[in-house]
Design a protein. Structure first.
Length: 237
């Protein structure tokens, strides 16, 4: 009878001890959560979660975007650190179409955040420039990893932010109508009279003297004829 009681007591103690160990082993419960939002600084849009294409933030080439990443620990509050999230690391690999303004050559952003207690959060933000020259969506996803302080509760997660790029149409140059001008038929040139030969002062004088000589000769012949006629009449008488 005594032996049976001892065995039963040992069994009960073993169950209690196992239950205690089990409770201790599963008491570390951090709960990591990540959210990512985006804002078009150039157009002064609202800060949006933009998790899907339907919620995407509009942008155009050259715009400045601000990404805001929040990592928090939604674990239950405790005073012993059982629900602390330790070794928290955030990574964000930039997709094609955007570049980090502070360092355009950097394509991956890594933040070693460390410990986040229950109810606390850490926020990181950075600015990028839209470099895409084509219409389409750009999805930028940030991720995190973490664990409990005793490495028995791994945490991880990702969250995207979507931007829709629209390239503005270039203004079209107005077309200038082409006017076809028919060549005009050239008018028939009017024949100009030939220019009379020019005479000098000496030639004019010679002509005048010649004309005067002729007139004088004619006058002389007229007078002479009249005299002869008169003489003839007198002789007849």
């Amino acid at each position: 009878m005594t032996t049976t009681k001892l065995v039963l007591s040992a069994a009960i103690i073993g169950v209690v001890v196992m239950a205690t160990f089990a409770t201790t082993a599963f008491a570390w419960h951090p709960k990591g959560v990540i959210t990512k939002k985006v804002q078009n600084v150039t157009s002064s849009s609202v800060l949006s979660e933009a998790d899907t294409a339907a919620q995407a933030v509009a942008a155009k080439p050259g715009d400045t975007l601000k990404y805001v990443i929040e990592i928090r620990n939604d674990g239950a509050p405790d005073s012993k650190g059982y629900n602390d999230m330790a070794k928290t690391v955030m990574t964000d690999t930039l997709p094609a179409g955007i570049e980090l303004i502070s360092n355009p050559a950097q394509r991956t952003i890594t933040e070693n955040i460390g410990l986040i207690k229950p109810g606390q959060k850490v926020t990181k933000e950075y600015l990028v420039k839209v470099t895409s020259k084509t219409d389409g969506s750009i999805t930028n996803t940030a991720c995190f990893t973490g664990d409990s302080t005793v490495n028995d509760s791994p945490q991880k997660g990702c969250n995207p932010a979507v931007v829709t790029v629209t390239v503005p149409e270039e203004p079209k140059t107005p077309e200038v109508p082409v006017v076809v001008t028919k060549p005009k038929t050239p008018a028939t040139p009017v024949a100009m009279p030939a220019e009379l030969p020019k005479t000098g002062a000496g030639e004019d004088m010679l002509v005048s003297v010649f004309a005067l000589g002729i007139v004088s000769y004619l006058a002389y012949r007229f007078i002479q004829s009249k005299r002869e006629l008169t003489n003839a009449q007198l002789n007849v008488r």
